[in-house]
Design a protein around this ligand. Structure first.
Ligand SMILES: [Fe+2]
Length: 296
């Protein structure tokens, strides 16, 4: 785990090499109250097996550190991994939350998966967060900012001197996240990123993914100032039109994430696996010939 300090808070990050995901624990130093952000439930696609290695590392970390986790948060319904939010919330007596627009994502994917019984009211989470909502950790304030583009439900969590920007910006040498999932929007992504880059230049921005481009070690944090100056997609004076053209051109070449069709049906259930069927086992559904691979 890596540790960072930002004003009244400490941030610990845990990297999941399999999915290139960063998971975070943000804690208020004075009260030891904490949130976990974007925890991963492991999934072995070849074996169809879930496990809790990442989540248990987070669990051990917060227990050994004496932290009191009060919320387990997701920034958006992820397309590359299952959320471990309900597992960790259950172990820690914490509550779960996500951006309120997750209801629209539920409705969209309910149609794609043909799941007539799936509730699309967000009742799978303890709380749905709106733009401007606040979560208090002791005297440290965490503010919710809607930041659509990668998904329409994406939010950024802004704490004291830090922000968790999920899949908007990546590290400066990697650019930005894709915006081509259903209801993704490159123009909205650009505007969300501009709002993030309007934060104080010293703000530490923690990203959702890094894949270690050009052989470097995976990294999770760059400041607003570094992103403004060096980000290869939005740094300097790049205009919205230039960004949208660049993003859409690149997205047209990308295959779907390996686990997208597996993960979204779990994540629109708040990170819960499908219910057991009469035989006593649970099954994932894969829509056939709904998505097509990019043209070569
Ligand atoms: Fe994502």
């Amino acid at each position: 785990m890596h540790t960072f300090h930002a004003q009244s808070c400490t941030i610990s990050s845990l990297y999941d090499k399999t999915t290139g995901s960063f998971q975070y624990v943000l804690s208020d130093d004075a009260s030891a109250q904490a949130v976990i952000i974007d925890p991963v439930l492991d999934f072995d696609v070849m074996a169809g097996a879930t496990s809790t290695q990442n989540a248990d590392l987070l669990l051990n970390h917060v227990l050994e550190s004496g932290l009191k986790v009060i919320w387990v948060l997701d920034t958006h319904p992820h397309a590359d991994h299952f959320s471990a939010a309900p597992y960790l919330a259950g172990k820690l007596g914490a509550r779960t939350a996500i951006g309120e627009k997750v209801r629209e994502v539920q409705a969209l994917w309910k149609g794609i998966y043909c799941l007539p019984d799936l509730p699309t009211d967000g009742s799978q989470w303890d709380r749905l967060l709106a733009d401007g909502d606040e979560i208090m950790l002791g005297n440290s304030r965490l503010r919710v900012m809607l930041s659509p583009g990668h998904t329409l439900a994406s939010v950024t969590y802004i704490g004291p001197g830090c922000a968790f920007v999920h899949d908007t910006l990546m590290m400066p040498d990697a650019g930005t996240s894709r915006a081509d999932f259903p209801r993704g929007d490159a123009q909205a992504l650009y505007r969300s990123i501009r709002s993030i880059l309007a934060l104080d230049p010293e703000t530490q921005l923690f990203v959702g993914h890094d894949y270690g481009p050009n052989g470097r070690e995976p990294r999770e944090m760059a400041t607003v100032e570094e992103q403004r100056k060096d980000n290869i997609h939005v740094g300097g004076n790049r205009t919205e039109a230039e960004f949208v053209a660049l993003r859409e051109k690149r997205d047209a070449t990308l295959p779907l994430p390996k686990l997208m069709l597996h993960a979204l049906q779990v994540n629109i259930r708040g990170g819960r696996l499908p219910e057991l069927e009469a035989c006593g086992r649970a099954f994932l559904r894969i829509p056939l010939d709904y998505f097509t691979p990019p043209a070569r």
